[in-house]
Design a protein around this ligand. Structure first.
Ligand code: NI
Length: 210
């Protein structure tokens, strides 16, 4: 092939590549910048990542609930599962302690535990489990699809970890607590391992600022 034709080919290829790269960047910027933030529930992190949103789940009495049922109150949401050997009980204990420390202010907050293991966590199992921590704690489950939907909205990571005993398994999952405002939008992410006192302080400062 003559050198000239090779060169032309290279230039043409470079131009097409550049256009493709620009298109991808443009789509990325457009997508991040165009969330319907004004009306949709959920909150936006600094990076433009949407957290939270509408959900449809089932409470421990077997009744359907949606995010709209909690509008007007704050939601403190944690994702986990009742078979969790360590992290979930620790976090839920801290959540219960935080609610206790808030005193009457806790009436403005609905504490919610959402399972990421709907296969085993029936409404009844959720109801019995959350009562171990605090009577106010709401346990929510759903179909595999409903749980996948809310996990995607809240950016929750979860995955089944098969164990050697065929009859049981563990779930790997992220462990943030989400403080959502009365409008359903994210107010604060509370980091894993926070004490009850830290959780109470975080909630108190947010409620005072609103
Ligand atoms: Ni857990």
């Amino acid at each position: 092939m003559p050198e000239r034709e090779l060169m032309l080919r290279f230039i043409r290829w470079s131009a097409v590549s550049l256009i493709l790269v620009l298109a991808v960047v443009w789509i990325g910027v457009w997508t991040l910048g165009s969330h319907p933030q004004a009306s949709a529930p959920g909150g936006v992190l600094g990076s433009g990542v949407q957290v939270g949103g509408p959900f449809k789940l089932t409470d421990s009495a077997g009744k359907p609930v949606t995010d709209a049922d909690y509008r007007g109150r704050w939601m403190l949401v944690y994702f986990g599962y009742t078979f969790c050997p360590d992290v979930c009980p620790t976090e839920l204990q801290a959540m219960a302690s935080g609610l206790h420390l808030l005193g009457p202010m806790a009436d403005k907050v609905v504490p919610i535990f959402v399972t990421i293991d709907p296969e085993r966590d029936t409404p009844q199992a959720m109801g019995e489990y959350v009562k171990l921590f605090d009577d106010r704690l709401v346990g929510l489950t759903g179909t595999a699809q409903e749980i996948a939907d809310i996990a995607r909205e809240y950016r929750v990571y979860y995955a089944k970890v098969e164990s050697k005993a065929a009859s049981s398994y563990l779930m790997d999952h992220s462990s943030f607590m989400y403080l959502m405002g009365p409008d359903g939008r994210l107010q604060m992410l509370i980091k894993p391992g926070s004490t009850g006192q830290e959780i109470a302080n975080d909630i108190r400062s947010r409620l005072a600022a609103s």
